[in-house]
Design a protein around this ligand. Sequence first.
Ligand code: GNR
Ligand code: NI
Length: 168
Amino acid sequence: MALLPILEFPDPRLRKVAVPVTSFDDGLRNLVDNMFETMYKAEGIGLAATQVNVHKRLLVLDISEEKDSPLVFVNPEFEVIEEALQEYQEGCLSVPGFFEEVSRPRAIRVQAQDPHGESFAMEARDVLAVCIQHEIDHLNGKLFVDYLSPLKRQRIRGKLEKEHKKSA
Ligand code: GNR
Ligand code: NI
């Protein structure tokens, strides 16, 4: 297993739109293992392949307290089943140190494949629905800061650029 470097905003590679996964092979399953290792180490509850500079439609999640409930979604698609919005204070491993309220539909139905190519569907609400929508946004080149005001986004951008210069 290996830890993968996580891209940080405003890296332009976070804006790439990921392509569908077509081979369900050991390479894919190895990537999934490495994404889980990277996510758990970073203490995240989700990770999209885009964040580790792999532009394939794949994400991993574990929103459990015990960190014992890994979920993998390959080629995920969702539809909204409850339009009512819920506000949730979101963070992102690609926007370290910043947390802001974002509104998203409260409940969704997700269809995806597992790492062997088997299709499945599930309904998600509350934090799980937030997290899945946040991760699918990554696969489409979108970040939670895109939902904020331009002023807030610009402030976050400036602070992170400064951090990146310090550590460069
Ligand atoms: O670890 C994470 N926490 C989180 C909190 C609120 C809403 C979404 C998230 S996802 C984030 C990990 C991450 O950046 N996934 O892309
Ligand atoms: Ni994120």
